[in-house]
Design a protein around this ligand. Structure first.
Ligand code: FES
Ligand code: FES
Length: 177
């Protein structure tokens, strides 16, 4: 059968067998290997992607049931060479050790923050409780998510040259009036 999906904003179609999982389609058919294989029974979260806005463990999702749906994977987070700010926060807070669990944590966190943009630490802990990290970096991961929120909510500074340009424009306008 042919499966139609929107993956990271692009329409794709691919031939699948009825028993294939979404994980197998993403990694096997679409050759997108940022989504990781872990337990394969829905316990570890390494395979987490966002399906129609909700974080799901793609190893236990039947691909055929995703016909027409929108999938977001870790490959869709960065903007060209520029990392998604949450990816940057994971780096800044040393939340990546071996990195195997990281794409799953990121996708869980992105979907969670879309639903709850200002969570408490306890809500963050609960949200990521379905993702396992063998390197036990949970505290750093929680701090990274909080760091991302703090950075996101920081008032934006106007770059110095912009301020000067504005001042120069105002002076010219004042002189002309
Ligand atoms: S590989 Fe899917 S939850 Fe572990
Ligand atoms: S960073 Fe190694 S499993 Fe999480």
């Amino acid at each position: 059968m042919i499966l139609h999906l929107t993956v990271n904003g692009k329409n794709v179609e691919t031939q699948i067998s009825p028993e294939q999982t979404l994980l197998s389609v993403i990694r096997g058919n679409l050759k997108m290997t940022g989504t990781k294989i872990g337990c394969m029974v829905g316990e570890c979260g390494a395979c987490t992607v966002i399906l129609n806005g909700k974080a799901v463990k793609s190893c236990v999702v039947n691909a055929a049931q995703c016909e027409g749906m929108e999938v977001r994977t870790v490959e869709g987070l960065a903007n060209g060479e520029e990392l998604h700010p949450l990816q940057q926060a994971f780096i800044d807070h040393n939340a990546v050790q071996c990195g195997y669990c990281t794409s799953g944590f990121l996708m869980t966190a992105v979907a969670f923050l879309e639903q709850n943009p200002n969570p408490s630490r306890d809500e963050i802990k609960k949200a990521i409780s379905g993702n396992l990290c063998r390197c036990t970096g949970y505290i750093q991961i929680e701090e990274a998510i909080e760091g991302y929120i703090a950075e996101r909510d920081k008032p934006k500074e106007v770059p110095d040259n912009e301020t000067k340009e504005n001042a120069a424009e105002e002076t010219v306008e004042a002189a002309a009036s």
